[in-house]
Design a protein around this ligand. Sequence first.
Ligand SMILES: NC(=O)c1ccc[n+]([C@@H]2O[C@H](COP(=O)([O-])OP(=O)(O)OC[C@H]3O[C@@H](n4cnc5c(N)ncnc54)[C@H](O)[C@@H]3O)[C@@H](O)[C@H]2O)c1
Length: 334
Amino acid sequence: MSRKITVIPGDGIGPDIVKSALAILEKAGCDFDYEFVDAGLTALEKTGELLPQATLDAIAKNGVTLKGPLTTPVGEGFTSINVSLRKRFGLYANLRPVKSFKGTQARYDNIDIITVRENTEGMYSGLGQKVSEDGSEAEAMSKITRAGAERIVRFAYDLARREGRKKVTAVHKANILKSTSGLFLKVAREIADEYPDIESAEMIVDAACMRLVMNPEDFDVLVTTNLFGDILSDLCAGLVGGLGMAPGANIGKDCAIFEAVHGSAPDIAGKNLANPSSVILAAVQMLEYLEMPEPAEKITRALAEVIESGDRTTRDLGGSHGTTDFTDAIIERL
Ligand SMILES: NC(=O)c1ccc[n+]([C@@H]2O[C@H](COP(=O)([O-])OP(=O)(O)OC[C@H]3O[C@@H](n4cnc5c(N)ncnc54)[C@H](O)[C@@H]3O)[C@@H](O)[C@H]2O)c1
């Protein structure tokens, strides 16, 4: 019987890029059985709910989900469905790799960095969010736990070992945020001692941003708290040609959701302009998670060949083609 995968097409550019990834998985010989469900704005329109029970059930039952981006209203409106899903399913590790592909418009050609972001705590805990009645004051609470910090730092070192990586850098702001970032750093230092075979480094987040832009080759695995990880991983996407090239896996104990790092890109939605590479690479992460290295390698190779040759690439990659032409070029190579 084929493996069942939950698919959430998302909104904005989501349905188009997810369609592209599914066509590529099929061509690579992956015989999955897909259960399509909705979340966010699409679900709200269809069912009146942002996160219907059927969606939650499918995610829990199938264990593995491929997801398109979901719009979250900025500054007001409903709470992020992405954050809700990560918390509800205990998806504590957000794995965001960036790798250079020849032929992109990127400033560098030697990048291979993974950001391991704590995905359920910190500034995204959603605790204590308040705006005073007169609108003059706002507050929110950040919470870091020893258990949460230990879990994510260990995840980063285990990943480094598994992938033969050399160095883990803990990124923090413990000089100012002495309680939260302070606890994270203390735990990171303790865990580092358990992994003498991996080089350990630590860096304050502002300095890390500068160093990432100036000397990205100094970095290998980054491990950090929720908000810093969110920002740093977009910065890392910029090192390899932009958000169109950055996938992300949300991993928990029994469940995983694979998606692009980027959002629903409302400025290009419905125009056949989106680069589907991020969600294609998220599908590759999914195949690796499912221990299916062969189609994962085949898809990565075909994508790399298309980008390097410039055959029907999208605008962000320097080409003049749309999502569908780019997808066809990859499918032809497969
Ligand atoms: N995981 C998620 O579902 C997720 C992640 C981030 C943002 N969001 C949501 O997405 C919405 C839009 O956010 P935003 O505009 O700040 O960020 P965004 O990531 O959607 O877009 C930022 C810029 O990058 C471009 N871009 C993004 N993906 C691209 C692709 N595949 N190909 C080519 N260009 C691409 C966009 O056109 C835009 O100019 C917001 O509601 C936000 O909350 C969702």
